[in-house]
Ligand binder design. Sequence first.
Ligand SMILES: [Zn+2]
Length: 608
Amino acid sequence: MLFPLSEDLKTISTRLEDFTPSLTTRVYDIRGRLIGEFFTERREYAHLEEIPPLLQKAFIASEDQNFFRHPGLDPLGILRALWQNLLNLRVVEGGSTITQQLSRSRFLDNRRNLERKIKELLLAILLERRYTKEEILEAYLNQIYLGHGVYGVKAAARLYFGKDLADLTLAEMAMLAGVARSPSYFSPYIDFSAAQRQQRRVLRRMLECGFITQEEFEKALSAPIVLSGLEKRASLCPYFLDHLLKELRTTFEDWQIFSGGLKIYTTLDADIQKVANEALKESGYQGAILCIDPTNGYIKAMVGGRSYEESKFNRATQAHRQPGSTFKPFIYAAALDSGFTPSSILVDEPLEFPNGWKPQNYERIFRGPMTLREALEKSVNIIGIKLLQEVGIDKVIQYARKMGIRSNLRRDLSLALGTSELTLLELTTAYSAFANGGMVPEPLAILRVEDTAGHVLYERTPVVRRALSPETAYIMARLLQGVIERGTGRRAAIGRPAAGKTGTTEDFIDAWFVGFTPNLVCGIFLGNDDRKPLGPQKTGGIIAAPLFARVMKEALKDTPPHDFSCPEGVVEIAVCLKTGLLPSPSCKTVVLPFKRGTTPQTVCTSCP
Ligand SMILES: [Zn+2]
């Protein structure tokens, strides 16, 4: 031997069945409580005689056509891979025989460095010396990862087709062999058409190898594939676990996630998640609930739908929907930085644009002159549009972007009515800026991933950026507090300082409430996947706001109430409720925040 055998190679088990020790990966919430597991389903071992010869050939055709001829390595394949490595100045995969793939699965450390590559080749040669081709193939077909936590062809046949190995059709066998290339991309549960493309590739290789006839090839190509459906997973936070998986897959291989025994520490709070689950389920509506800590972006609860069994589509992160009036605060924030104050007067009146557009208020009435405060509390569309016109579409879009909205935004005045579709995650994150003195966090789900020995393999820390001045953020928080105290969001009241905004779209298709305290932001979205109306008068204020109240009350029950903290540059004074001017003795008053130097200077003369 040219290379000294390291511990790894010396401790090679002599039993092929022992390959890939499978350890459950555990997921913990913010307080260290177990909230989920990623694991390999119990492997069902299949002896080679149980595995249909055609299925064996499908894998051989797909992965290693010369399997029965080469000595464990495919010299041409290795030369090709080495040449690629030289070209790329790094180690890329390639030229791997079935034996090499089997030996690779011995190394839990999946780094693609040269040392590991050499060990892998040496082990492949050792395997070939010690075992027959049939034994190697059997081990391979039992240990290969085939997606969704499943190893081996026997369990995979059940996972995908609900069948015993003996009942598989050629079309199904080819699809199974195709999945092996990269289960997270080619699983028919993840991307059916990608799975079909792989199936076609495998069938073509089988045809080229002479394993099947032209007639069998064509018949298999047109044979229908019926999937058995993924097993139901009852869990506290299935949508959140899916969300985690996406992030984990940017760093870890599936086999590490499902059998590497990782410990994943997350930001979720099981208590808040539980109440959010119940709130959505009992509401009877389809939708999503998301809770974020505005100070650090920790996702405290994520409900992506009323039933994961019914649909795995995550409506908190994946559904792009019209936000309706929950978009208005972006306009108001930009307006506060463009010379407007809570007392600025705008006129609610009929508008007609040159293109014939005649926007309406929700109540189909026009109220005449009113303050900015009242317009936001009552969610007056006309004033939203006028403000957008005054401030400028580009500036408002710029504000939305700074606050974390990434979806496309329409460059026209209908933007004021929330016609540009976005996700609950974007919206809830953006509102964090109001709750957190103008600082907006990146949403965070995973804090830390450790291996079985407790070594930290992956770590994330909060990233928080300034999106608004502390003054503007505070004034917005107070104005949005008025929405709950006096406006469209009264059903969101929770008996402590809280702020938020309702949203309802045309024909009651979407209902929203996004609200917050200084400690927690909670976004509620309700709406049918097919965009069927929720029903008459099912507004955000009526059906979404109560869910906010329910979740927040429970989530904050152990947290003392906090006021939004008023920054240096803001003064709060009592003004006339109606006109926003300094109050006369006969005025009803409200305390409003103003940037220093912008308080009203004249006394109200309108109140009798
Ligand atoms: Zn007055």
